[in-house]
Design a protein around this ligand. Structure first.
Ligand code: A3P
Length: 315
C-alpha cells in the first residue's frame, strides 16, 4: 500500500532529507512539505503530479481527506456523469464489476506508481481524485476552469475509520500504536495529509469565495440527503437535468449495502495489493462511539471547536 516505504527516486530522497520529519502514526516516517504531513510514496506522487499534471477546463477533481467518503463519492460522480452511456439501472453497469478506485484514477497514487501515465488518454470529462491540499494542487488545476468537488466528514468518524483502516494496512511497527497517542497526533495535526482542519478550511473558504470552482459537501449530507446532494453536484458540474428515477438509481447503485455486497468489492484487490473490502467497513454516521472513549472524543471535539471557530462550518 501507499503507507509502506517503497521505491523512491533520488530526487525524492534528496528532498525528504531536507524536510522536517517525525515518526508517524500509520507510517514509519512522515515528512512535512508545504505545511502538510506526508508518507514518502504519496509525497513522491504529489511532486510528480505538480510537475506533470495539466488540467483541462472540463476536468472534474474529487478531493477528500482519507476516509471521508472517497470511494462513495467516486462511485456517485462516475454514475452521474456517465448516466447516458451506462444506464444506472442496467444490469451491466461498470460499478457492478469494478471497484470505484479502478474506474477513477487517484492522482498522486498514479503518479507514484506510474509517473508516465498518460492522463490525456482518459475520456472527457476526465474524472480524478486526490487528497492533495488546495495549496499544493498543480498550478493548472487552480488556473483552469476545472471543477473541484470536496467532501468532508465528521473528524471523529474520519479518525475512527482511519484507525481501523490503519490496523489493516499499517506497517508492523505502527500496528500496535496506542489509540491515545493516535488521537494526540491527530489533534496536533500530525497524521498523513494533516492538519485535518487546514485541509478542510482551505477548501471551505475556496467554496465560499468561488462557488463555481469548488463545491463543498459532507459525508453526513450525502448520507442523510443522498438524492438532493447528487442533484447539487449535478447542477454544479453542469451535467444537465437528472430525472428522479436516475437519481434513485444512482443512490441505490452506490449505496453502502449495494457496493459492499458486490463480489468485486468483497474479494478484489487493487494493483498495490490493498484488498477492496478495506474501503467498506460500516458506512455510518456516529460510528466513532464504538471505538473512542468519551475522553478521547472530547479531546477531538475541543481541538476542532477551536480550529473551526468563526469559519461558519459545523462538522
Ligand atoms: P467507515 O470506516 O466509518 O465505515 P474512503 O472511501 O475515503 O476511504 O472512506 C471509507 C469510509 O467510507 C468507510 O467508513 C467506509 O465504510 C465508508 N463507505 C464506503 N463506501 C460507502 C458508501 N457507499 N456509502 C457510505 N459509506 C461508505
Amino acid at each position: 500500500s501507499f503507507l509502506r516505504d517503497e521505491d523512491l527516486t533520488q530526487e525524492t530522497r534528496d528532498l525528504i532529507s531536507s524536510l522536517p520529519s517525525e515518526k508517524g502514526w500509520l507510517v514509519s516516517q512522515m515528512y512535512q512539505f508545504q505545511g502538510r504531513w506526508h508518507a514518502q510514496a504519496l509525497l513522491q506522487g504529489l511532486l510528480e503530479c505538480q510537475k506533470r499534471f495539466e488540467a483541462k477546463d472540463s476536468d472534474i477533481i474529487l478531493v477528500t481527506n482519507p476516509k471521508s467518503g472517497t470511494t462513495w463519492l467516486k462511485a456517485l460522480v462516475f454514475a452521474l456523469i456517465n448516466r447516458n452511456q451506462f444506464l444506472v439501472s442496467s444490469g451491466n453497469h461498470p460499478l457492478l464489476v469494478t471497484n470505484p478506485h479502478l474506474l477513477i484514477p487517484f492522482l498522486e497514487g498514479v503518479y507514484y506508481e506510474s509517473p508516465n501515465f498518460d492522463f490525456s488518454e482518459l475520456p472527457s470529462p476526465r474524472l480524478m481524485n486526490t487528497h492533495i491540499s488546495l495549496l499544493s494542487l498543480p498550478e493548472s488545476v487552480k488556473s483552469s476552469s476545472c471543477k473541484i468537488v470536496y467532501c468532508c466528514r465528521n473528524p471523529k468518524d474520519m479518525f475512527v475509520s482511519l484507525w481501523h483502516f490503519g490496523k489493516k494496512l499499517a506497517p508492523e511497527e505502527t500496528a500496535d500504536y496506542p489509540i491515545e497517542k493516535a488521537v494526540e497526533a491527530f489533534c496536533q495535526g500530525k497524521f498523513i495529509g494533516g492538519p485535518f482542519w487546514d485541509h478542510v478550511l482551505e477548501y471551505w473558504y475556496a467554496s465560499l469565495e468561488n462557488p463555481n470552482k469548488v463545491l463543498f459537501v459532507t459525508y453526513e449530507e450525502l448520507k442523510k440527503q443522498t438524492g438532493d446532494t447528487i442533484k447539487r453536484i449535478a447542477e454544479f458540474l453542469g451535467c444537465g437535468f437528472v430525472e428522479e428515477e436516475e437519481v434513485r438509481g444512482i443512490v441505490k447503485l452506490c449505496s453502502f449495502e449495494s457496493l459492499s455486497s458486490l463480489e468485486v468489492n468483497k474479494e478484489g484487490k487493487l494493483p498495490n495489493g490493498v484488498e477492496t473490502k478495506a474501503f467498506f467497513r460500516k458506512g455510518e454516521i456516529g460510528g466513532w462511539r464504538d471505538t473512542l472513549s468519551e475522553t478521547l472524543a472530547e479531546e477531538i471535539d475541543r481541538t476542532m471547536e477551536e480550529k473551526f471557530q468563526g469559519s461558519g462550518l459545523k462538522l
